[in-house]
Design a protein around this ligand. Structure first.
Ligand SMILES: [Zn+2]
Length: 226
């Protein structure tokens, strides 16, 4: 063991422990050590490869089992898959408005495309922030209503999803799902989406007197967002 001059390992910050040193005292690291024992050197590598493929196929069949048994809870499963492998999308200049998100790989229908990430806030906070953003000259269009008292604010803390443009004839839709008792907004594909196609959904803004013009260009365009 390393000599801790300050008297405590935690006060000395991060330092790397050499694998050889770790093996001396860590039983688990001895078992998973990549360094094969000297006397079985020629055999241990293919054996390890076999083990890892088997683990992979076991994992896949496990996933299939889960898929069939959780068919009713497919949202949660898809959400976990989305976290595991994110859809390839890029951020680019859009013909609809300013910036937009574009598919970088074909997306099938009814797939989770991206989570709308932001801060979960209550109505009171949303009202306060809306006023503050207006004073700062920032629009409040990055707030997404989840239910009567929950809003997801992606204005200052969010991901690419906030750049997805509105369309009156969108290829995606937004859905609220509950994951571990947390409400989340996920953008799903309505139809297959081609590479380089812009990702859009219907913002479904409430009707207001002060209209925001819609520039989506769809044949069935409503003309305004609200
Ligand atoms: Zn439109």
């Amino acid at each position: 063991m390393r000599d801790h001059t300050t008297g405590c390992a935690r006060s000395e910050g991060y330092y790397k422990i050499d694998k050889k040193d770790k093996i001396k005292y860590l039983e688990s690291s001895r078992l998973t050590s990549e360094e094969p024992p000297v006397d079985t050197q020629g055999m241990s590598i293919p054996a390890q490869v076999q083990v890892s493929t088997r683990a992979g196929s076991e994992r896949r069949s496990e996933q299939r089992r889960l898929l069939s048994s959780f068919a009713c809870d497919s949202d949660l499963l898809k959400f976990n898959q989305l976290k595991f492998r994110k859809k390839k999308i890029r951020f680019c200049k859009s013909n609809i408005h300013d910036w937009g998100l574009f598919a970088q790989e074909p997306i099938a229908a009814d797939e989770m495309v991206i989570e709308y990430v932001g801060q979960n806030i209550r109505q009171v906070i949303a009202d306060m922030r809306e006023k503050r953003y207006e004073e700062e000259g920032i629009g409040s269009s990055y707030m997404f209503r989840v239910d009567h008292d929950t809003i997801i604010d992606a204005t200052k803390c969010g991901n690419f999803a906030r750049f997805i443009n509105h369309s009156c004839n969108p290829n995606c839709y937004a859905k609220v799902i509950t994951v571990e008792s947390q409400k989340k907004i996920v953008i799903y594909s309505r139809q297959p989406i081609n590479v380089n196609e812009e990702i859009t959904y219907d913002y479904k803004f409430p009707i207001e007197d002060e209209k925001i013009p819609c520039l989506c260009g769809a044949e069935n365009c409503r003309g305004t967002l609200n």
